[in-house]
Design a protein around this ligand. Sequence first.
Ligand code: S3P
Length: 429
Amino acid sequence: MLKTESIKKLTEPFNIAIDNIASDKSISHRCAMFSLLSNKPSRIKNYLRGEDTMDSLRIAQKLGAIIKDDGEIITITPPKKLTEPDDILDCGNAGTGMRLYAGLLSGIDGSFILTGDKYLKSRPMKRVVDPLRKIGAKIDGREDGNKAPLHIRGGKLKPFKYHSPIDSAQVKSALILAGIQSNEKSFYKENLLSRDHTERMLNGMGASIIKDVENEWIEINPLTKPLKPLDITVPTDPSSAFFFAVAAAIIPNSKVILKNLTLNPTRIEAYKILEKMGAKINYIETQNIYEPIGDIIVEYNELNGVEVSQNIAWLIDELPALSIAMSVANGKSIVKNAEELRVKESDRISAVVQNLELCGVKYHEFDDGYEISGNNILKKATINSQGDHRIAMSFAIAGLLCDMDIEDTQCIETSFPNFMEILGKLKCK
Ligand code: S3P
């Protein structure tokens, strides 16, 4: 059902601390999957209760895990042996769910069918299917295995040495999950370190995934015994928190304290760009659970245009929200080398520029990005989210400046179910 939300302009600055932003989506997916590699129950606090990650949990259950949820802690008891399910495995809207499960299931005896919603079924899967086929996995799907549903017949896998042409944590993680199930060392290389939750978490559980800093290959050692269970409090998702960072950066005299985020350097590049544009930003590390965790404080300041063409994998999910800041900054901004944006939950290059145009913003579109002319006073528009959660939330933030109607907001449930509730709180000082 198409649900439209009307966002009302903020007439006053806000100054708040937010401690209930959605938990990290990447880490939550991995919790559901990696707990299957232990032989003891894993305990997960603050698991993201969004549609994407609940789908990953349901898949773990279909593979034989027992899931207990007391409302606060989710306990995942893995089966003695992962079992062939009697039903298809539905990843919903989640590329991470589908690609990582493809890697994991490739090494397990049995027949598995991974499917998803209409958006996920149109996203490219060859990036994991090709390298997994090369090491012995039997995978089929529409368009010669590029589109889901994917049928995986898992089994014994060969070790590999694979230099990935794309910097993708989903591809890397799929290959790591396959590699640890082989019986000899494998090696993986990427040009820019993509988010490294998989390596950090699996190593914390007792696996041996070693990055050779000099030659930049990741050495993936086979598992010799079941992994230790997870005992984790999932930190806040910096990509979800970023919507409120942008809100503080564009509403004069506002300030937000974003609590308990992962401060993993591969995840906070967008904050560094917002800082480069002029926003005042402070990072306060408070603890380390598999990775650094802490608060980020963002304060309004006049913004200037910026060019973003490097370390794209570190801010790929935040570019739609950043484009809102770019459209009100002084002078033009450019995003380049971001062709991956075209194959996210929507084609985010066209979704961003088409919706900005509706708000009166001038742009140039490139194959791998866009140029946005700055200095705009955004005008009210009816935004087409294209079923993409990050497009819907980015333009909801833009609506704080000018009022906005956002069509198809159901997609926000995939990653940030209480987004609208927190947005509403910005109005109370
Ligand atoms: C993710 C990796 C990124 C990111 C996605 C989550 C992950 O995708 O865009 O939202 O959890 O591994 P790619 O690795 O394909 O760039």
